[in-house]
Design a protein around this ligand. Sequence first.
Ligand code: E4P
Length: 214
Amino acid sequence: MQFYIDSADIEEIRQANSRGWVDGVTTNPTLVAKTGKRHMDVIKEICAEVKGLVSAEVISTTTDAMLKEGYELAKIADNVVVKIPMCEEGLIAVKKLAAEGIKTNVTLVFSPLQALLVAKAGATLVSPFVGRLDDIATDGMSLISQMRQIFDNYDYQTQILVASIRHPVHVLDSALIGADIVTIPFKVMQQLAQHPLTDKGIAQFLKDAQKMPN
Ligand code: E4P
């Protein structure tokens, strides 16, 4: 299973990368705005640090404008994936970019039928948002199960990138369902490494080590 970091903060991306937790990166306008830097500069900086795929989102909403922006973003580095919001205009852009060999990630996906359309358009990645579904009292993880079943039924190559991860159980459930990728905030990645019995065990071993003869 691949881990992407859901961040535009180069410092936390470096920290996560040094721990072997970064197979790729997802950004969005909210995350980039928090850095206070220019979009292009942020994506350039991330691509210099990470070898895996880096999703950079278009801000436009019409096909022509999305394509123009997508070409500019794709020029930054070979590992840039053009991230496009789920909408009919976006799917037209995805189909064209895919035909030209440019990688795409369709974001803001909330239903299995939206995901099916994304796969049919030939996107590289599809981003279902589990946390935001949970927020409105809908089971986000059942969307992932349904997508896995549909993609396997028809052997679609589009990879399922579980997004809007809020806690470690989202990661566990994604792994059990067989999602291809999870994009995780750094704070949640750190939670995955923690267990109170590990801390207790380390403390006990340190204490017992003092009793060893020199
Ligand atoms: C990833 O591609 C998304 O931009 C991100 O996971 C959204 O997460 P949020 O719902 O916590 O904003």
